[in-house]
Design a protein around this ligand. Structure first.
Ligand code: FES
Length: 152
């Protein structure tokens, strides 16, 4: 039977501890960096009344991972998922547009592609007004238009 020396005990403990630390780091990194699915997450989210969506800016709907935007009186919903690699795209009030912090893609308030590595404008989420409230169907995603499109 082999005897456990202090040196071998400390060496093994160090290796196990380092391994656990590396595994925790890998899991955390993957959780932060993994691409998000563009197909929504299978939920219908009740939001607010259409007339509560302001004519400027956007309304963030965290439960739907998206935004409601009033475009000339029509309310549309955009996915917050960047069409490049899936980062969350925030709306920047000062610039009146969406700007992805990951690789710099930019989109107009109407979801049109402006610049950056994204292959298209922001994806749309289906909406329906039910009993006076906008419902966002995150299972129904329509891809945004490619750069240069007349309609986005
Ligand atoms: S993930 Fe948005 S520009 Fe790359």
């Amino acid at each position: 039977m082999s005897e456990v020396t202090r040196r071998s005990f400390l060496s093994t403990t160090w290796k196990v501890g380092f391994g656990l630390l590396a595994a925790a780091g890998a899991v955390t990194s993957w959780d932060l960096l993994k691409p998000r699915l563009a197909a929504g997450f299978d939920a219908i989210v009740r939001t607010i009344a259409p007339d509560a969506v302001p004519e400027t800016g956007v309304v963030e709907v965290r439960e739907a991972r998206g935004y409601l935007v009033n475009i000339d009186g029509d309310v549309v919903a955009f996915s917050e998922v960047c069409t490049h690699l899936g980062c969350r795209v925030p709306y920047i009030d000062e610039n009146d547009r969406f700007e992805c912090p990951c690789h710099g893609s930019k989109f107009t308030r109407e979801g049109c592609y402006i610049e950056g590595p994204a292959p298209r404008g922001m994806d749309h989420l289906a909406t329906e007004v039910v009993e006076g409230i906008i419902e966002i169907d995150t299972t129904e995603v329509t891809k945004g238009s490619p750069p240069g499109s007349e309609v986005c």
